[in-house]
Write a protein that binds this ligand. Structure first.
Ligand code: MRU
Length: 342
């Protein structure tokens, strides 16, 4: 069954599936102004780097629809949307492309709105096509009869297409290559337990959920032939930010000779970022660590270290799979060749 995380209602709003309620409830929200859109992004009702790109651009269309569509108003909307979550590069970079499309459409508010909605629709269509290309390239790396480990959620819920890492997993399953997908629970917000396991069940793919703390012994046991995750931002040298815990998986995979793959569209590469140290990491409230869904298990007001992402050094990554090709080390030259930057 298909998972549809959002619908673009041209001239009206962006409708999103509220991911904070999954898997218990499938409720859709109509985002009709920039404030509602930013709240949905900040609270992870919509999430996943490529999907945030679509949401960011849709936010620009909604701003033009509700506001005055002047240069100043559009630039202010862009700044507000881009600041909502700092790590996933596509939120800001795709919103900026939307802004540029609007400014290039001339001075007429109607023309600017039309250009923005057309940009968002085009971007979603491209995303869907590129996910399929990425999945084809990624599935070709996996051996027959394999089991893989993934982290966080990288499926349709995270991209609007078939997903990045989970798209690879889905295609490998359809090709009869994959026997099982292991998914970490992904504390503290449980994207693996709540979202990936939900998507795997819908796709009919055998899935096994594990506590994040069991991933090292799973890899050491030889039960998985690859670890594959998505990415939120890839620096020019291949250092990659993804959901916190990814670095640990890559380090353990390297220790045991298991390939560690990143699956991400080319838009996740940030040519302005020289290395991982330059990637802004989002820190989230301490309350997220000490409880979930209204249940609290830590004493109130504890201090907590809660980065939403970590950076995996390029040296631990066996390959970066994009829709345009599979990049291998050394990544600085592979990325420069792909993006045309030196
Ligand atoms: O905080 P989230 O749920 O937005 O984090 C998502 C991830 O880390 C994903 O792995 C990443 O965005 C890639 S999504 C295809």
């Amino acid at each position: 069954m298909t998972v549809v995380p959002l619908r673009i209602l041209r001239g009206e709003c962006l409708e999103v599936l509220d991911q904070t309620l999954l898997p218990g409830e499938e409720r859709h929200l109509a985002l009709r102004d920039v404030a509602a859109l930013c709240e949905a992004v900040a609270s992870l009702r919509v999430r996943g780097a490529p999907l945030l790109g679509i949401v960011g651009a849709a936010g620009m269309a909604i701003a033009a629809e509700r506001g005055d569509a002047s240069d100043g108003a559009l630039r202010a909307a862009y700044e507000r949307i881009a600041a909502t979550r700092p790590t996933a590069v596509e939120l800001a970079s795709i919103a900026r492309l939307g802004l540029e499309a609007a400014l290039a459409a001339g001075q007429s508010p109607a023309m600017r709105r039309a250009a923005l909605w057309a940009f968002v629709e085009g971007h979603l269509a491209r995303r869907m096509a590129e996910d399929l290309d990425l999945a084809t390239r990624g599935a070709s790396l996996l051996p027959q009869g394999c089991a893989v480990l993934t982290h966080c959620n990288t499926g349709a819920l995270a991209t609007g297409g078939i997903g990045t890492a989970l798209g690879v997993i889905q295609l490998a399953w359809q090709q009869g290559k994959l026997e099982r997908c292991y998914a970490t629970e992904t504390r503290p917000l449980l994207q693996g337990a709540r979202l990936t396991m939900w998507e795997l069940a819908k796709l009919g793919i055998p899935g096994t959920l594990l506590p994040d703390t069991a991933a090292a012994s799973l890899i050491a046991s030889g039960r998985v032939q690859a670890v594959i995750t998505g990415a939120d931002r890839i620096a020019r040298n291949g250092d990659t930010a993804n959901k916190v815990g990814t670095y640990g998986l890559a380090a353990v995979a390297a220790r045991h000779g298991v390939p560690f793959y990143i699956a991400a569209p080319v838009t996740t590469i940030d040519p302005s970022c020289p290395d991982g140290a330059a990637i802004p990491i989002e820190f989230r409230p301490p309350e997220e660590v000490g409880g979930f869904g209204g249940v609290r298990w830590s004493p109130p007001h504890v201090a907590a270290y809660n980065p939403a992402f970590d950076v995996t050094p390029a040296g631990l990554i066996s390959a970066i799979v994009t829709e345009q090709g599979v990049l291998r080390p050394p990544y600085a030259s592979a990325i420069a060749a792909l993006t045309g930057q030196r």
